[in-house]
Each structure stands twice: as structure tokens, then as C-alpha cells.
Write a protein that binds this ligand. Structure first.
Ligand code: NCD
Ligand code: ZN
Length: 369
């Protein structure tokens, strides 16, 4: 199976041996899991990124500042020796999140966003919000405190076609919500449609969107290439080609409202290759290489740095990283399996050849101060 959506040619403009040096990037949407799985996947992210926004959809979810602080400690303890990886924590919004919890989160200095999962929208979202009206006290507190609301933007109504759920969410939930809270700072997470890209481009107020590498590289044909391909299944699900084109245009536009969020979401192989396979693509291993491949395909490697390293911290009101990282134009083969606790995880595009290889941090933030 080709790396790119099959009618898009694999780019070859950049000669082997070329290097690309960019400011050290961050990942603004990441699933790290917990326990042994956390220990297995964290080194991949920590190698490439200085910081990441850590999703709170554990079992049970991270609904309080106390839980977020405890989870942060486990992440820090799981870091490889010498790593300065900085986990930016989030709270999982429920129907019952009190305004006080938002104040505690803000005061902690380590919680940077609150995540809205519509109940039942995705993996471990059973405790999600059943009706936005139930969250209005918490949203008011967030608006006041300048706390970011990170949104999984899909409706969950089974009668709505799964490919339309993002668009319906914009019209029926997001626009009314932002009318009620015009000063609330919103990140529309992992957008997958032209509708979402267009909405974010023109909407008033403080809004931005993250875009995954897999939504830049694949359209929904990837799910059915010669058979059903569970490792390409994520939520929101891959869409048709016109949406991929629109996301590529947005990501490579140089507009600061779009930035990098891998949504790397590991599941054990058996949980994906199953009668009812889990949603989530594992991309932490080769995140920057996948993004570089997508940007190169449209001749816009020069815009990778803004998307990967500048616009995210600017939106989250955090300093940009001081170090640099380097990518080499060099072919390498993506492994077919990686250890994942006592099981294995299969990375996206396993077995394929990638034309870019991440080298390492040239300099950490600390060293450059
Ligand atoms: C995520 C997961 O597995 O936690 N899955 C996914 O397909 N992206 C949940 C999510 O972000 O929707
Ligand atoms: Zn996610």
C-alpha cells in the first residue's frame, strides 16, 4: 500500500542527504495511556517533541486537577533518562465538572486545557458530556480564566452518517456554543473536513485547530485498500480526497490557526485487529517524518516549522522552544510491530518506506538558556 493516498505521487524533489533543521516542535494532541503502555510509548514522543498536550481519556478519566497532577507525576517518572519532556495536562469535562475545579486547574499551572468529548464519541468517552447546557458553569469559569477548551468535534447521534458528524457538530453545537461564549478560547481538535478548515479560517474570536499527519496523508480509501485496514481507522474517521486536500492547504498555508497535533493513539494489535476494532493510529514513533512527507508532497517544507513549532505555543500562550531538531532526507523502513507492555502496537504505515528520518534534538531548552 502506498504511503500517500494512492493517486498522489510520492514526492522525490528533495535529494537524499538533504537536511531540514527546525525549531524544536511540540505535539498539541497526544494519547500517552498509563502504566506499562505509557512506558512503552513515551520515549517516542519525548525523542521528537519538547511538550505535548496530554489527553485525559484514561479509564477512569482524568476529571480533576488532583488526578491530572498524579498522572503528570507518572509521566515524568516514565521519561527516559535525561529527557526534559514536559507534559501539558488536560481535564476531562463531564456534565458535573464544577466551576471550582476549573479554578483549581488554572491555579495548578500544569493544566493547560479542558477536553470536551461528546459522550460516546470515541475511545473511553463514556463519561463525556451528554448535553452542553450541563457544562455552562464550567465553561463560564473557563472563559473567565482564559482556559482553553479542546473539542472533539463530532456529534454522536447514530442517525447521522459517520462521515457527516464533524460538519453537523459545527452547525448544531460549535456555532451556538461559541455564540454563548464568544471569549472562550477553543481548539477544534484533529479536524478532518473542508467544513472544519473553512470554519476555523473565518470564525471570529480565539479559535485554532490541530491537524494529524494521517489526515494529511490519507483519504478514506486507505481504510479499504484491498481489504479492511484496521490500523488506518481512527476517529474522526478519514474522509474523502477533497477534504484531505483542504486540510493540506490549511496546514501548509502558514496561517497560525492551524498547528500540529498527532492524535497518536496506541492500541494493542489485537484490540485493533478484532471483531470491533478500536479507533486510533499510532504515529508517535515517526510523527515529524510523516508531517514532513505531507508538507514535501505539496512543496511546502518551508512552512513545517511554523506549523510544528511556533503556532501551537503562541496559541496556548507559552514560550516557543529554544532548541532545534534535524530531519534527514533518507529512506528507512517503518517497523511492523513495537513492544507495548506485554503486547505489541503496530505503527501507522508499518512496513513502508519513509523518505525522512528524524535525527534528535540538537540542543535542549535548558542548554540554550
Ligand atoms: C483516540 C483514543 O484511542 O484514545 N482515538 C482516536 O481514534 N483518535 C480518542 C480520540 O482522540 O478520539
Ligand atoms: Zn485524540
Amino acid at each position: 500500500m502506498p504511503l500517500l493516498a494512492h493517486h498522489v505521487p510520492r514526492p522525490a524533489q528533495t535529494p537524499a542527504g538533504t537536511t531540514l533543521v527546525i525549531d524544536r516542535p511540540d505535539d498539541w494532541h497526544l494519547h500517552l495511556r498509563d502504566g506499562e503502555e505509557l512506558k512503552a510509548v513515551l520515549p517516542h514522543t519525548a525523542a521528537q517533541f519538547h511538550r505535548a498536550i496530554i489527553m485525559p481519556n484514561l479509564k477512569p478519566p482524568v476529571t480533576t486537577t488532583a488526578l491530572a497532577l498524579a498522572y503528570r507525576k507518572r509521566i515524568l517518572e516514565a521519561r527516559p533518562a535525561g529527557s526534559d519532556f514536559d507534559p501539558l495536562m488536560t481535564l476531562y469535562l463531564t456534565d458535573n465538572t464544577p466551576a471550582d475545579e476549573i479554578h483549581r486547574a488554572k491555579a495548578s499551572g500544569v493544566v493547560h486545557a479542558v477536553k470536551l468529548y461528546p459522550a460516546g464519541a470515541t475511545t473511553n468517552s463514556d463519561s463525556g458530556v451528554t448535553d452542553l447546557k450541563h457544562t455552562y458553569k464550567a465553561l463560564e469559569a473557563m472563559q473567565e480564566a482564559g482556559m482553553v477548551l479542546a473539542i472533539h468535534g463530532e456529534v454522536t447521534d447514530r442517525d447521522i452518517d459517520v462521515f457527516d458528524r464533524e460538519k453537523v457538530f459545527i452547525d448544531e453545537k460549535l456555532i451556538p456554543l461559541r455564540r454563548d461564549f464568544p471569549a472562550l478560547r477553543v481548539v477544534f481538535e484533529h479536524i478532518t473536513t473542508k467544513d472544519a478548515a473553512d470554519y476555523v479560517a473565518t470564525a471570529e474570536g480565539e479559535i485554532a485547530a490541530t491537524i494529524t499527519a494521517h489526515h494529511l496523508l490519507y483519504n478514506r480509501n486507505a481504510l479499504f485498500q484491498g481489504g479492511i485496514r484496521p490500523h488506518y481507522y481512527c476517529l474522526p474517521v478519514l474522509k474523502r480526497e477533497l477534504h484531505r486536500q483542504s486540510l493540506l492547504e490549511a496546514a501548509t498555508s502558514g496561517k497560525p490557526r492551524y498547528f500540529l497535533g498527532t492524535d497518536s493513539a496506541p492500541h494493542a494489535m489485537g484490540d485493533k485487529e478484532s471483531d470491533c476494532g478500536c479507533a486510533g493510529c499510532y504515529t508517535a514513533l515517526h510523527a515529524l517524518e510523516l508531517y514532513a512527507t505531507a508538507f514535501e508532497a505539496v512543496g511546502r517544507l518551508d512552512r513545517l516549522e511554523g506549523f510544528a513549532s511556533h503556532f501551537g505555543p503562541d496559541f496556548y500562550r507559552l514560550p516557543r522552544n529554544a532548541g532545534k531538531v534535524r530531519l534527514h532526507r533518507q529512506d528507512w523502513s517503518i517497523p511492523t510491530a513495537l513492544p507495548y507492555g506485554d503486547r505489541i502496537v503496530v505503527p501507522l504505515a508499518h512496513g513502508e518506506t519513509l523518505g525522512w528520518r528524524f535525527e534528535a534534538s540538537l540542543q535542549t531548552n535548558d542548554a540554550s538558556r
